[in-house]
Design a protein around this ligand. Structure first.
Ligand code: GRF
Length: 209
């Protein structure tokens, strides 16, 4: 069974969705860089071990990442799932976990990398918005995309309503991708994503329109 670690910084609604999904893999540990992250409570309630590694207590990003790496090795982790983890990772750490680490981002990548995605979508007047699960590579929000959730932006949408609607989509697509990885439907081999053994050239899409 694949051993999963989830890295969090905040509320952890995606962690909850992963817990509730009864995955074929096992979530063996949750790491937070914030001691007061609500995600830690969710993990404890699900009897998942937690570890707080406060970035503030490390003099450099690399040393903080090394501490996380050590913990992941100790837990014998196969897959690292970033779920609202609000730290930029060092190149070394990303290389150590390349092909074994995924993230969810609240936009239809490659559109809107970085922060404030809902506001930027509204400013541009886009018809569609969504979220993307992707492998993590050294460039921010730029690794191979696996699955996107797509929704239609409604006239009455605000940043708050979009945030809610995107979260609902995230809770569908993130557990789905993790399950596909746990069951080898998605594989990462020689810098390439395979879906059922064939190269995945563009992300799959789940549309709620
Ligand atoms: C999500 O919107 C995700 O796209 C982004 O961080 C947020 C985490 O939310 N990476 P939660 O902590 O899982 O509720």
């Amino acid at each position: 069974m694949i051993k999963i670690a989830v890295l969090v910084s905040g509320n952890g609604s995606n962690l909850q969705a992963l817990i509730d999904a009864n995955l074929s893999g096992s979530i063996v540990g949750v790491i937070s860089n914030k001691p007061d992250a609500y995600a830690l409570k969710r993990a404890e309630q699900a009897n998942i071990q937690t570890k707080v590694i406060e970035h503030k207590t490390y003099p450099t990003r690399e040393l903080f990442d090394d501490a996380m790496h050590q913990q992941l090795i100790e837990w014998n982790i196969d897959l690292v799932v970033l779920a609202g983890f609000m730290r930029i990772l060092s190149e070394k750490f990303v290389r150590q976990w390349q092909g074994k680490m995924i993230n969810i981002h609240p936009s239809l990548l490659p559109l809107y990398k970085g922060m404030h995605t809902h506001q930027r979508v509204l400013n541009t007047g886009d018809v569609y918005h969504g979220c993307t699960v992707h492998y993590v590579t050294a460039e921010l929000d730029a690794g191979p995309s696996l699955l996107q959730g797509v929704l239609k932006v409604e006239q009455h949408d605000t940043v708050a309503t979009l945030a809610n609607r995107i979260h609902e989509l995230e809770h569908v697509i993130y557990p789905q991708v993790v399950e596909w990885i746990c069951t080898n439907i998605i594989q990462y081999q020689s810098d390439q994503v395979l879906l059922k053994g064939k190269p995945l050239l563009k992300p799959l899409q789940f549309c709620q329109i």
